[in-house]
Ligand binder design. Structure first.
Ligand code: HEC
Length: 90
């Protein structure tokens, strides 16, 4: 399920194998965030999207939307697990 959610919602920005589009969208593959022992940062990024304060954001030009309203908890968990598996492959 994680892969199909990724393909549906995330691939446009984070690209097909998680390479992102630096300097606009961070790569997810090889991103140390994915290997952290707690999944909180990954889950929070998906729920909240880009920080509201522009200076704290990765890019002032591309904003990641929050998915708290779009995806339910099991979908967020599935896509987070998919990303973490992607991260640990590298
Ligand atoms: C409109 C483009 C866009 C889409 C669609 C998008 N993202 Fe993002 N994503 C970004 C940007 C830009 C950032 C950097 C956020 C910031 O400003 O810190 C980001 C950051 C992240 C991060 C945090 C990376 C880090 O280093 O902290 C994760 C995890 C993530 N995205 C996962 C997802 C997932 C999962 C989806 C689909 C449900 C998704 N993104 C959809 C643009 C996008």
């Amino acid at each position: 399920m994680g892969e199909s959610i990724y393909e549906g919602w995330c691939i446009a920005c984070h690209r097909d194998s998680g390479q992102g589009k630096p300097p606009y969208v961070p790569a997810l593959r090889n991103n140390p965030v994915l290997g952290e022992s707690e999944a909180n940062n990954v889950v929070m990024s998906i729920l909240a999207g880009s920080p509201k304060v522009l200076t704290q954001a990765y890019s002032p030009y591309v904003r990641m939307p929050g998915y708290a309203e779009t995806l339910d908890n099991s979908e967020i968990a599935a896509v987070a697990s998919y990303l973490r598996a992607l991260g640990s492959e590298c």
